[in-house]
Design a protein around this ligand. Structure first.
Ligand SMILES: Cc1cc2nc3c(=O)[nH]c(=O)nc-3n(C[C@H](O)[C@H](O)[C@H](O)COP(=O)(O)OP(=O)(O)OC[C@H]3O[C@@H](n4cnc5c(N)ncnc54)[C@H](O)[C@@H]3O)c2cc1C
Length: 410
């Protein structure tokens, strides 16, 4: 949508009488966009370009030109044109003031209409052939469309019910691109520990969670952790999963370590626990920063349940403090790609020119959005990257078309 909008605007502004067409396999536009942010659409983040690039680490630098051409402030201005205001929440997350993702889809739809973009629905693209200076796009329905430039922005391979079934990877592979291995990104992790099951649905705020393979720290994230019926989830874990699923795919044994009180050092925690000295006081102390339900379960795990005011041995107190600073959980799996928030992997960045989103292999082809091998933590970064790369791809595709038209007049 963003690519088509930016292409149409460029062509109009530069006086070129060329049309822009979206081929959408669904009967509506933006089916995935409409379910983002739990139906509220976390469309971008208020943080700086540098922090965005960091969020896409290690490949974020690729996005500098796209963010340069269209960033979060441009998104705010664009939506305001369509009468949609945005607001900023905790962690810089930006949402529509109406809290409705559908309003974001409608705003984009309105801008498409105003800018004269045509949309053909139920038009699943099945083939793309570049001939002598133009493209022949084959549809599942049997027909085909001819065009001078094409932007492929078919999304990743997660939530296939929204239309993103990974067609783009195959289409691009057939014209010479090399998508890397696809893995689930931003997913909950599976842990076999039985005591966790009792706590499904419990939410822990401000917890730090680390992923380890042997003595190698893969990643550390801090924020909300949600205990699920299969392990752990929530924003901090989803972001951590970007480092975990590649390790699991290589059959590495991953250990998760949760620091339940990251603002204290181990020595400080040990001091607090030793000051408590018995189970009753530990219960009161730990309940100050953890939900009661979780504390009672941990008391069982620590073997101090029902020990009342009896003084506990130093060894037990040390173990309790150590556990608060590092609950260890095995990670035996992750939710599948079909239910992942994003697809990790995709079209190799070396095959795409970051200044235009143009294919380095095939002229007249531009690639945008989740199809690219780029992935960020939660917080609105992924949608902004889709908007920014879409905007740049659309504008550069339009420039390419305008140039082709000028050249053919010479
Ligand atoms: C549940 C959920 C919540 C999310 N929440 C957020 C959030 O709050 N913030 C955030 O930043 N990110 C969020 N994301 C991630 C974000 O939605 C994606 O990164 C983003 O939508 C990618 O945009 P895209 O344009 O590349 O692809 P998509 O949004 O997937 O759009 C691709 C479009 O191409 C169409 N298409 C596919 N194949 C074909 C074909 N062969 N022919 C014709 N049309 C085709 C599809 O039908 C679809 O309409 C969320 C994802 C999920 C699943």
């Amino acid at each position: 949508m963003m690519a088509a909008l930016s292409a149409a605007r460029y062509l109009k502004a530069s006086g070129h009488d060329r049309s822009v067409l979206i081929l959408e396999r669904n009967r509506v536009l933006g089916k995935k966009l409409a379910i983002t942010g739990k139906g509220r659409a976390n469309v971008t983040n208020a943080r700086s370009v540098g922090e965005f690039v960091q969020a896409f680490s290690p490949s974020g630098r690729f996005l500098y030109p796209a963010f340069d051409s269209f960033f979060s402030d441009d998104l705010v201005t664009l939506f305001a044109e369509a009468g949609l205001q945005l607001k900023t929440e905790r962690g810089g997350r930006v949402f529509p003031v109406t809290d409705k993702a559908q309003d974001v889809v409608q705003a984009l739809g309105l801008l498409l209409v105003r800018n004269g973009v045509d949309v053909r629905y139920s038009a699943r693209v099945r083939s793309m052939d570049s001939g002598s200076g133009d493209w022949k796009i084959g549809l599942e329905s049997g027909g085909f469309v001819r065009c001078l430039a094409v932007v492929v922005a078919t999304g990743g391979k997660s939530y296939p019910g929204t239309g993103s079934t990974g067609d783009g990877y195959e289409l691009l592979e057939r014209v010479g691109h090399h998508p890397s291995r696809l893995l689930p990104g931003l997913v909950s992790l599976h842990c076999p520990e039985k005591w966790l099951r009792e706590l499904a649905g419990t939410s822990l705020e401000g917890v730090a969670v680390e992923a380890w393979v042997g003595s190698q720290l893969l990643a550390r994230r801090q924020g909300e952790v949600m205990i699920t019926d299969r392990g752990i989830g929530g924003p901090a874990v989803l972001s951590l999963s970007l480092a975990v699923t590649p390790a699991l795919a290589e059959s590495k044994a991953v250990l998760l370590r949760m620091d339940l009180r990251p603002e204290k050092t181990l020595d400080q925690e040990l001091h607090d626990i030793e000051t408590c000295g018995n189970a009753d006081e530990i219960l009161v102390h730990v309940s100050r920063f953890l939900p009661k339900r979780m504390v009672l379960e941990l008391m069982r795990v620590w073997g101090i349940e029902g020990k009342g005011r009896m003084p506990l041995p130093k060894k037990t107190l040390t173990a309790v403090a150590g556990s608060i600073k590092g609950v260890e959980l095995k990670c035996t799996g992750a939710d599948p790609l079909a239910s992942a928030i994003i697809t990790q992997g995709g079209v190799a960045l070396r095959e795409v020119d970051p200044r235009s989103m143009g294919s380095r292999l095939v002229p007249g082809l531009f690639i945008a959005g989740e199809l690219l091998d780029l992935q960020a933590v939660t917080g609105g970064y992924n949608l902004q990257a889709a908007f920014s790369t879409g905007f740049l791809a659309g504008r550069c595709a339009a420039e390419y078309v305008a140039k082709s038209a000028n050249d053919s007049r010479l």
